[in-house]
Ligand binder design. Sequence first.
Ligand code: MV4
Length: 493
Amino acid sequence: MQKILIANRGEIAMRVMRTAKEMGIKTVAVYSEADRNMPFVRYADEAVCIGPALSAQSYLRADKIIEVALKTGAEGIHPGYGFLSENASFSKAVSDAGLIFIGPSAHSIEIMGSKIGAKQAAKKFNVPMVPGTEEPLKDIEEARKVARSIGFPILVKASAGGGGKGMRVVENEAEFEEQIRAAKSEALNAFGNDDVFIEKYVGAPKHIEIQLMGDQHGNYVYLFERECSVQRRHQKLIEEAPSSCLTPEIRKAMGECAIAAARSCNYYGAGTVEFLVDEKLNFYFLEMNTRLQVEHCVTEMITGIDLVKEQINVARGNKLSFTQDDLKITGHAIELRVCAEDPFNNFLPDTGRLEMYQPPKGPGIRVDDGYEEGMDIPIFYDPMIAKLVAYAATRDEAIDRLCRAIDEYYIKGIQTTLVFGKWAVQTEPFRSGNFDTKFIEKYFKPEYLYHNDPEAEQVAVLLSAEIWNKDKKQSNHAGTQVSAVSKWKINRA
Ligand code: MV4
């Protein structure tokens, strides 16, 4: 492959093109009308507008994207994450057009896209699962029997699920039937498929996932874990590698199970196997994500592996360029997703203009971003504007470094998750590693952020200086005038 097309936008399009450039591969960007001034459009060697702002009319137009690839002479397509990245028909259409899909086969995507299919495949390889069913529920009475034998609370899950949709906790038998119906109707609405299954409900688990890579010759490696327990509405906010709670033995066992799950569908490319981990460190297979994930960067930092480079390498048909024995964890990396969301107001998406934008710099800091100062954040896409990654020798140093970088990060014009991140990593549960997927719901209150908001602090300092000076003038004292030094000047009429 001498030239690839990136079927995505923003920071991940930049991320993929940077590696392509290092590999001497030319790049083609496709973009929507809303994105014509984005950095990724300029960064690409060629860029083609594929339609209006709405994703359905641009970034989801498989036919148009393949047409552009053929026209520009691109030999491969990298889908990034989201959009068409886990669309089996797209993977197949790309291959059928004589192009290389830089990702797994349609077959693997299809199996892992169904949670029931994934469980059935992985079970054959003795991957541990939460007690439950591996078939779609047919008969309520039979399901009731299974639920009774598992014991309440149980969780009803949609097979086609994602983002927690079609998922219902059932506390007792009385509400069983009602919740099954609710989950089925929600699943049908969201995914056009109402297959559901049940599992024992694990109360406050950690979410730990294993990064793996496979080539087209049956070789596999696992690149250790990422701890992603700090989430809100199934949206991850903070991810780190390694997890502070795993032992080398459990890490190895999880890595080997992840590879078994991948082998069960002849997987190749980069993939992630998600596990629930309970307080006794029992781990259970949840699902497999068949894409490069947002949080892949923390794995890159601790392994020194460029995952995009390796994706391209195996897509070309080459063997993996390293073995399990070549891999080792060095240091600790923490990522904060910088989203245009208002943590003071229920994390509601905040759109507007990036009036000022200065990312942090210096030792151990990686910022993968996609916007520049002066740009509008469009309402059409994901609110994530950047990923801030801090890397250091130890977890404590990585936390301190992340806080320093958050203080340096200067964004004006929109609310972001930066202040939330600084608060979160300094809490006792986060520092000690003793937290789970209920972290935000257990510990977070918006008022905790006021003390952490540098802008609010500056405004307070400025206002008190103003009041002091005004008082002096009114009382006709010839005292010293106080002036607060700040980037945020108070404009007077
Ligand atoms: C669970 C669970 C507890 N018990 N399964 C959430 C989304 C989907 N990927 C699976 N999820 C869960 N499955 C059992 N048997 C709790 C969750 C869950 C969760 C999992 C990972 C990260 C955050 C979560 C937040 C709420 C619920």
